[in-house]
Design a protein around this ligand. Structure first.
Ligand code: ADP
Length: 162
């Protein structure tokens, strides 16, 4: 049984995240989406809200579990017996940081490997912060977030639909 872990802030989940999650779910027996408890960084959505939004958006995927974690990712990975970390790579700008994290995690926990999936070209420019910026200025984020959570995210970020 091969368990992989897909970590992130998911503040909120975007179609770029969902694309990586659904592709990764087909590669492993089980995929755990691990939501980082980074409350000190003042995310726009609470941990519970972020978990609930991912659950809604991934309803159609069977071998998936949404969990939250704090502390070191490798400690959490060990605790759930995950041997693979899956990350999405958008551009060269993601690479340097992700490469560093992958090497550090390997050093801390030699049994874990990081696998990178290239972003779908449609979502290369997409990030949670871009989605928040657009929504806060009442722009339409329909093309950027999963359908199932669209209304909820708009309501929270911009105070309602136009
Ligand atoms: P963000 O960078 O949007 O704040 P997270 O910290 O939640 O996202 O990122 C979690 C993972 O999802 C990272 O590996 C990141 O590279 C990946 N990711 C985020 N957006 C995309 C996207 N549009 N396409 C592919 N991967 C993405």
């Amino acid at each position: 049984m091969r368990t992989a872990i897909c970590p992130g802030s998911f503040d909120p989940i975007t179609l770029g995240h969902l694309d990586i999650i659904s592709r990764a779910s087909k590669m492993f027996d089980k995929l755990v989406v691990a939501v980082l408890d980074n409350s000190s960084k003042q995310p726009s959505f609470t941990l519970d809200e972020r978990v609930a939004l991912i659950k809604k958006a991934t309803m159609g995927i069977n071998n998936i579990e949404i969990m939250s974690f704090s502390g070191l990712l490798v400690d959490f990975a060990k605790s759930i017996n995950a041997s693979i970390i899956v990350k999405g790579l958008r551009a060269v700008s993601d690479f340097e940081y992700e490469f560093q994290m992958a090497l550090i995690n390997k050093e801390l926990y030699p049994d874990i490997d990081t696998v990178f999936l290239t972003s779908d070209s449609k979502y290369m420019y997409l990030s949670s912060s871009v989605v928040k910026e657009i929504a806060m200025h009442k722009g339409d984020i329909k093309a950027f977030v999963p359908n199932e959570i669209y209304t909820e995210v708009v309501k929270r970020l911009s105070g309602g639909l136009k």
